[in-house]
Design a binder for this molecule. Structure first.
Ligand SMILES: Cc1cc2nc3c(=O)[nH]c(=O)nc-3n(C[C@H](O)[C@H](O)[C@H](O)COP(=O)(O)OP(=O)(O)OC[C@H]3O[C@@H](n4cnc5c(N)ncnc54)[C@H](O)[C@@H]3O)c2cc1C
Ligand code: FES
Ligand code: FES
Length: 1343
């Protein structure tokens, strides 16, 4: 029996499906709570009695009101398959194709692919990519997830390039591709022959009782009576209308995607004794002679299907509005939201960012309303969209349907949009436009322009349109239209969302796109009469397509002489992969409730720097379920361990600092009470937010670090040129899918406390908790099995949060569960350090850099955290791959009133090295050479010493560089890009190839050690424990591989056990790419010692089996456990002398990326990436490739889409998936090639190299490819090619750096010049130089 029966009265607050599922089933994960990440995806199936069909569709459980599921079957990941019963092929293939790392997103991924297969058992690759558009993964980089889905496609092959025309057939084991003719190179990460076949007929049937219910002719109205709210479900339209009369203020919930989760619901409808639900009616849909009427209850996915079939049936000229809608329906949110959201809900809620309403309005859509009194129609026009009171619905009315007229021959309709990401991101600006011409002419009869995201509502440029009636559709009209529309649509400087100049530029850039589209359309209709747009402008017409990613991964083959059972070097699946895919992997929040357990909610500071005048907790304490409020007063030990602060006392030093926590019986009660804690403040000056402000106030967390070689000042005197510049690299949110979660259980005796938490540094947590509770560390036990991603964010922060939780558990004497919600996690735990790099570079005209003086400042936030280490690493690694004989680098962490920034994959290297590559690019521009030439000229070529005098051999770097240039056909593609750029004015291609010298580890020997505990039991089974933490990187899997080789037994004998301070004490953090290096050696050491002890027994019985020997061992009284403490790598750094052997070894990589940029919008598309990375010998190529690809995509996010926004007062605005965009599947390279380059690394286990962090920086090849494309645009426009591109290269920065007549027009208008002084000659037809003049007749368009 796979079904769960429940009674609605089980819930105090029966709102969303997620908390309900969490009680019964833990597979469905909760990560963002706003429909933006897909972790909580489940499949809903409904039977339609009219067409007798069952509709299966994906939804995000966090937004599904539980009462809306009456009559629906919900399938969660548990219902798809489990280890206990049968693993479903979707789960098996996701696991075996290595599409899971930390596994937190995996159930959601499974559900998205599974639902697709229920509807399309043999999907196309494109359908797979579309199906995954609403699911975020922070670990894998998506390609392997898509690949697992592609195995269900008819044309699926092991070689990803097959079907693209670039690959030959499989040859024996490996797929050897024409592009890369290597020998002894493997490309196959999994074996398709191992997959169980997919048989769609074996899926569970839809419950017959639900069919009977749906077909019941006597269906009755349903009422769900909650404590505060009544949900009423109508079953007929007349019943609904009756309800609307009786409860005029009651909201009608359809998809609930606009209304959203419970909290928002309560905010929007504070007095909602009643909510109406529409379940069974989709309302109707008809196609009439003059248009189509779509039922308001149609989901956007159904709308998409309906429009798709109309478009395929009707002549093209009639379907222009439908095609415009279809284009936006492809990228609006993800498939889950599109399947939940309804057309009616979308139209009625009139969000200012609406993608559909501007097009519907431009297409003259009509809203059909119905109430008990009858039907009426209103226009979906500017009055309606701008919320004119007379256009509002009456309280008893509902939207029945929306009628969209066919377009006509001389009528053009288009939709355009630009968002931070291609898919699943709200538009920064969107537009719907239409123009009707007098028949056979280009004389404007009617013009409509609607813009979204430029004000509180969608707005119409109606005055502009009116003034242009009767004009010809020509360049002069365009020029006037731009001027008028900028006058009409005003975005105030302090507008929500900022980016005012950019958004104003988009207003006219999108208009220009429409202008071109219409010109092209007119030309197609009558080429004689209407000249076409220039060839050079053609590419401006199309948006970037979303393609299915493909690629090849190449790695070393295992020596054929290696024993078959030895797994080292093989692409072994992640040890928990199947459990991830079935949802059976247990994360902290999945641990069953404990008797008496309480939940914790934080109260955080709303001021950046202030004195706490009072904390009033009386109202909070009076609320139901609240047990206690915990403050600094309750900390029995030290509230300030290592200069960090657990609970703020007397003073707050950042917004987001925890002042107190509320403990209550449920999470909802704790949250509610936390809102009622009243804190009064008195601001303290200064309030320091930015690096610049910190420099002004001399506010630092650390002393300056410096490395210097040669004589920098002297060398500046003998160079041909000197450049100076500044580059900003902004911070980054870790966005691990599992937010920080802690379970603290106080023990009855001896002040013991047990903590379960996702972490990277158990010893640190133990230390802080013991210090806070004032007990010896031996009383504190910290455990973890896995974390849903970490990326550095769980290195130091869990210690603070763990101590805060432990103090609450200590005070209340009850177990405490502390789960940070996404917004709180982003606010409280901070992330990567923003960096300001200042450089002065002296070089010769031939490109040789002679002297460099570089300063780095990072924004450390309000406490030290890991800032010192970050600065150390920045300074030590700051030369990247370049030898500069006279080199000085200084670094310092600024103290500001922001939450304390912390460790993040790469520890500052990904930020600082962008500055290095930026000055390399700047030198290239000055020397009229390409950046590649400057890189080549200055790159280390032979065994050398770093600036801190450490010897290294750059030979693998040279190989990576050479192979990357060759195998990616860099020069040929660069040439092709140049050709493309010559032919395309508004789209530009750019390429970059970026080298990297990376060092693993930390410059402190004590952090390079590890310990392991290996038990061999008498039945031969083996337990492996070590101090390393598993958060997706596959550490446990690799440790099993190591133990398997060393003990010479199959992996199946070996079981990896959780990490705990009880089993392995004083372990160092799992970070800096060292997890496998140190723990692997410890496990190896332990196993080798055990094997040595076993040798006498083996010698006596050489033909015996493992079990015989081990059993004999018992007889011989050998103990079978061992703790091995490995001293680890010896590193040292003498900062006084500025020299040392700071890191154990070097690894190298080169990445080449090619992008295409839309100069009119700032959007970019990553076409191809090639990575060549020096992996030495990979212990597990599947895991390592996963790290490389995942790190690259995370890096790409850092440098392109991930933008944290703060107010000048230090309030973080970006607190969820809506405001912070990590890369999604649509962002990854269309073609992605990863090659492991062989080298030697004898000091590391099995000559491997730690690949966890290095590829993060390789993501900057996308950034520099964008810069290359923008440079091409600027060159063509006669602008200087020396310009600074700060990171991230968002669409805003890209667009505003591709300066042209539009950016200049916005600037001129902003500068206050009268618009009527402005004349723009767009000269579209002549493609001649764009000019702008004022009345003095001077031309000054470009600086
Ligand atoms: C993660 C996410 C991403 C999104 N991305 C985008 C995007 O990129 N672009 C975009 O345009 N939109 C986006 N949206 C918004 C989405 O399009 C709307 O939320 C959706 O269309 C609203 O439909 P609904 O059925 O869910 O409305 P509901 O939330 O159910 O209702 C919204 C309002 O309309 C009322 N209502 C609903 N139906 C009727 C009716 N028939 N008659 C009268 N009143 C009615 C309700 O009472 C309520 O007040 C996104 C939403 C989410 C959650
Ligand atoms: S948790 Fe539901 S979509 Fe993110
Ligand atoms: S595996 Fe996807 S988030 Fe970790």
């Amino acid at each position: 029996e796979s079904r769960i029966h429940f009674h609605i009265s089980e819930f105090n607050s029966p709102f969303s499906l997620t908390p309900f599922l969490a009680v019964h089933l833990t597979g469905t994960k909760y990560s963002c709570g706003e429909g933006g990440c897909g972790s909580c995806t489940v499949m809903v199936s409904r039977y339609n009695p009219k067409n007798k069909k069952i509709r299966h569709y994906p939804v995000t459980a966090c937004l599904v009101p539980i009462c809306s599921l009456y009559g629906a079957a919900v399938t969660t990941v548990e219902g798809v398959g489990s280890i206990k019963t049968r693993i479903h092929p979707v789960q098996e293939r996701l696991a075996k194709c290595h599409g899971t790392q930390c596994g937190f997103c995996s159930p959601g991924m499974v559900m998205s692919i599974y639902t697709l297969l229920r509807n399309h058992p043999e999907p196309t690759p494109d359908q797979i990519t579309k199906a995954l558009g609403g699911n975020l993964c922070r670990c894998t980089g998506y390609r392997l997830i898509v690949e697992s889905g592609k195995t269900f496609c008819e044309e699926s092959t092991a070689c990803q390039m097959k079907g693209s025309g670039k690959c030959c057939m499989d040859q024996e084991e490996n797929c050897i591709c024409i592009l890369f003719c290597f020998v002894e190179i493997c490309t196959k990460l999994y074996n398709e022959d191992e997959f169980q076949p997919f048989d769609p007929s074996q899926e569970p049937i839809f419950p017959p009782e639900l069919i009977r219910m749906a077909e019941d002719p006597n269906k009755r109205r349903l009422t769900f009576q909650g404590k505060r709210t009544t949900w009423i479900t109508s079953v007929t339209l007349s019943d609904l209308l009756e309800l609307k009369v009786n409860f005029p203020q009651a909201p009608l919930v359809m998809g609930n995607t606009e209304v959203g989760g419970e909290e928002i619901f309560e905010r929007l409808f504070p007095c909602h004794p009643c909510i109406l639900l529409q379940l069974t009616l989709s309302f109707y849909s008809t196609i009439l002679f003059s248009g189509v009427t779509i039922g308001a209850g149609y989901s956007l996915a159904q709308l998409n299907d309906a429009l798709g079939s109309i478009v395929s049936e009707q002549p093209k000229e009639k379907t222009k509005t439908y095609r415009a809608l279809l284009k936006h329906l492809r990228t609006l949110a993800g498939p889950q939201i599109r399947n939940m959201a309804t057309l009616g809900g979308h139209v009625v809620s009139r969000p200012n960012y609406s993608d559909l309403n501007p097009i519907l309005a431009a297409g003259n859509a009509i809203i059909n309303l119905i109430s008990k009194d009858g039907e009426r129609q209103i226009a979906l026009d500017s009055k309606f969209l701008e919320r004119a009171p007379e256009a509002n619905l009456k309280s008893e009315e509902i939207v029945l349907s929306v009628s969209i007229p066919h377009s006509t021959k001389w009528h053009f309709v288009s939709g355009m949009r630009l968002a931070q990401c291609q898919e699943n991101a709200f538009a920064i600006v969107n537009a719907g436009m239409s123009v009707k011409f007098e028949d056979g002419t280009d004389t404007i009869k009617d013009l409509q322009m609607f813009y979204g995201s430029v004000g509180p509502t969608v707005v119409s440029a109606s005055q502009t349109c009116k003034q242009l009636i009767g004009r010809q559709w020509d360049d002069q009209m365009l020029s006037d239209a731009c001027r008028l529309v900028l006058d009409e649509i005003y975005i105030p400087p302090a507008a929500e969302g900022g980016m005012v100049e950019y958004r104003r530029t988009l207003i006219i850039s999108l208009l220009f796109k429409f202008y071109l589209k219409v010109r092209r359309g007119l030309n197609k209709m009558d080429p004689q009469k209407f000249p076409d747009i220039p060839e050079k402008f053609m590419s401006a017409l199309e948006d970037f397509p979303i393609e299915t990613p493909q690629g090849i991964q190449m790695f070393q083959c295992v020596d054929p002489r290696q024993p078959p059972q030895d797994p080292v070097g093989h692409p072994v699946m992640h040890q928990s992969a199947i459990k991830h895919a079935t949802g059976e992997a247990v994360y902290i929040d999945d641990m069953p409730p404990i008797a008496q357990e309480l939940f914790l909610a934080p109260v955080t500071s709303t001021r950046a720097h202030a004195k706490i005048i009072s904390i009033d907790v009386s109202e909070a304490l009076a609320l139901p379920g609240v047990v206690d409020v915990i403050t600094a007063e309750d900390v029995p030990g030290d509230n300030n361990p290592q200069e960090e602060i657990l609970y703020a006392q007397n003073e707050v030093i950042c917004v987001g600092q925890i002042i107190c926590t509320v403990a209550a019986d449920t999470h909802a009660h704790a949250k509610e009470a936390a809102k009622q804690v009243k804190i009064t403040y008195e601001d303290i000056e200064p309030r320091i937010i930015t690096i610049e402000q910190a420099l002004e106030h001399n506010s630092f967390l650390t002393a300056e670090r410096k490395i210097e070689q040669g004589n920098v000042e002297q060398a500046f005197k003998h160079v041909d040129q000197i450049i100076e510049g500044e580059v900003h690299v902004e911070g980054q949110e870790h966005f691990y899918m599992e937010t920080q979660t802690i379970l603290a259980i106080p023990k009855e005796e001896d002040k013991e406390m047990v903590l379960h938490l996702g972490m990277q540094y158990p010893t640190h947590v133990q230390d802080f908790v013991a210090t806070a509770l004032n007990v010896p560390r031996s009383r504190i036990a910290c455990h973890m099995r896995r974390a849903g991603g970490a990326f550095g964010g769980k290195a130091s922060k869990p210690a603070l949060l763990g101590a805060i939780t432990a103090v609450a558990a200590n005070k209340t004497g009850r177990p405490i569960r502390f789960i940070l919600e996404r917004g709180d996690d982003m606010l409280i735990t901070a992330g990567r350090h923003p960096l300001l790099g200042k450089y002065k570079i002296g070089f010769m005209n031939n490109g040789v850099i002679k002297s460099a003086d570089v300063e780095y400042y990072v924004n450390g936030g309000c406490t030290p955290d890991e800032s010192e280490l970050v600065v150390d690493i920045i300074v030590l690694k700051s030369e990247n791959t370049y030898y500069i004989p006279n080199f000085r680098c200084r670094g310092r962490a600024c103290k500001t009133n922001l939450p304390s920034n912390t460790a993040f994959r790469g520890f500052g290297f990904p930020q600082s090295t962008v500055v290095v590559e930026a000055y390399i690019t700047a030198v290239a521009s000055q020397c009229n050479l390409s950046p590649e030439e400057i890189r080549e000229i200055n790159m280390y070529k032979r065994i050398s010493k770093t600036a801190y005098k450490d010897m290294f051999n750059p030979e693998p770097l040279r190989r990576c560089w050479k192979e990357c240039l060759e195998k990616s056909s860099f020069y040929a593609r660069k040439q092709a890009a140049e050709e493309f750029n010559k032919k395309n004015y508004w789209k530009k291609k750019g390429l970059s190839v970026i080298p990297m010298k990376f060092t693993v580890g930390i410059p402190y020997t004590y952090l390079n050690q590890a310990a392991a505990l290996v038990h061999i039991y008498l039945d031969g089974s083996v337990l492996v424990i070590h101090g390393g933490c598993e958060f997706g990187q596959g550490l446990y899997t690799k440790m099993v591989q190591v133990a398997s080789r060393e003990l010479n037994i199959p992996s199946s004998y070996i079981h990896p056990y959780e990490t705990s301070t009880v089993t392995v004490p004083n372990a160092v953090f799992t970070a800096a790419s060292m997890g496998t290096d140190t723990n692997g050696k410890a496990v190896q050491n332990a196993c080798q010692i055990l094997m040595a002890r076993l040798q006498p027994i083996i010698r006596k019985n050489p033909k015996g089996k493992w079990e015989d020997w081990v059993n004999h061992w018992w007889g011989s009284a050998f103990i079978s456990l061992l703790i091995s403490l490995l001293r680890g790598y010896q590193t040292n750094m003498d900062w006084e002398k500025e020299e040392g052997h700071a890191f154990p070894y070097y690894l190298y990589g080169v990445s080449c990326s090619e992008v295409e940029v839309d100069c009119l919008t700032g959007a970019h598309k990553l076409l191809r990436t090639d990575i060549f990375i020096d992996a030495a010998f990979s212990i597990n190529p599947a895991l390592d490739i996963g790290q490389v690809e995942g790190g690259f995509i995370q890096g790409m996010g850092l440098y392109t889409t991930e933008e944290l926004k703060y107010s000048p007062e230090g309030v973080l605005y970006s607190r969820g998936t809506n405001d912070y965009k990590i890369p999604a599947v649509a962002e990854i390279p269309e073609e992605f090639y990863v090659t492991f380059v062989r080298s030697q690394n004898p000091i590391a286990i099995y000559s491997s190299k730690g690949l966890g962090e290095a590829s993060m920086f390789l993501g900057s090849s996308v950034f520099f490819a964008i810069q290359d494309a923008v440079t091409a645009a600027r060159r063509e426009r006669g602008l200087t090619t020396s310009f600074t591109l700060n990171s991230p290269a968002t669409p805003e920065l890209i667009r505003m750096n591709c300066m042209d007549q539009f950016t200049e027009m916005v600037r001129v208008v902003r500068r206050g010049s009268c618009c009527n002084l402005l004349y723009m000659n767009f000269q579209v037809l002549g493609v001649s130089l764009v000019t702008m003049t004022n009345l003095t007749g001077q031309v000054h368009l470009f600086q």
